[in-house]
Design a protein around this ligand. Sequence first.
Ligand SMILES: C[S@@+](CC[C@H](N)C(=O)[O-])C[C@H]1O[C@@H](n2cnc3c(N)ncnc32)[C@H](O)[C@@H]1O
Length: 240
Amino acid sequence: MNALEIALEMARNASATLMPWRESLDYYQDWESYGKGVYKTHVEQLAPFGFDINGKDVLEVGPGSSLWTAYLCRKRGAKSSVAIDTRRFLIKGNSPEDALSLVTYLSPCNVEDTELPPNSFDLIYSHAVLEHVREPKLVLSEIRRLLRPGGYISHQIDTRNHLDFSRPNEHLAIPEWVWKLMTSNRSSYTNRYTVPMWVELFRASGFDLLTVRETESLQHPDRPDGGLLIQARKPAPESG
Ligand SMILES: C[S@@+](CC[C@H](N)C(=O)[O-])C[C@H]1O[C@@H](n2cnc3c(N)ncnc32)[C@H](O)[C@@H]1O
């Protein structure tokens, strides 16, 4: 990025700091299809590893403007479906009408300090969220605490440059303090963990990895579906 582009992003960050309420996450037309796609990625694609949604307690981190996926979890057999978000980004019309009667939605609520009891969930998933957290290590340790032994996680992490998806890696060259001045109060803020850094962190946080797959970064440059899909389990204690 050149100096002018960087200065422009700093100005946008300053205005986001002054007017945070102007941000909206309404980037799709068809939220039902999107929610079904996210459900397929995080629930159906765990079936070969033995996961069955029936009777399970499920947590979605960062649903953004739509509860479609969390709703589908309930509709397809989950005992409970909880969705937490730092900010109440829900937009009327982006979820089924009865979503809030089937999904427990908690906001403001940060995944790093939910105050939910330990060993509460059988599945914890997120889509295009973990790249935005400020403290990845703390977040994974909290996710592990909330997960039951033997429970599953599934996370899609968009590691691309959120300021310009067509230049997916350019943000990595910018010094941290400059990056913060450009993005700290915007949804384009990302922690800039790369795919290998995430894989190492999941391992070091005590998860047994099941799927580690890089997702396409250029096929849909305007959508949050580039980066990494990682699925794993919290080890269950040995029986007997
Ligand atoms: C890019 S949006 C993705 C929204 C949705 N999952 C989707 O695919 O459209 C990231 C979401 O994660 C939420 N988020 C970011 N950091 C979070 C945190 N520490 N705890 C809970 N939610 C968080 C944001 O508020 C936002 O709703």
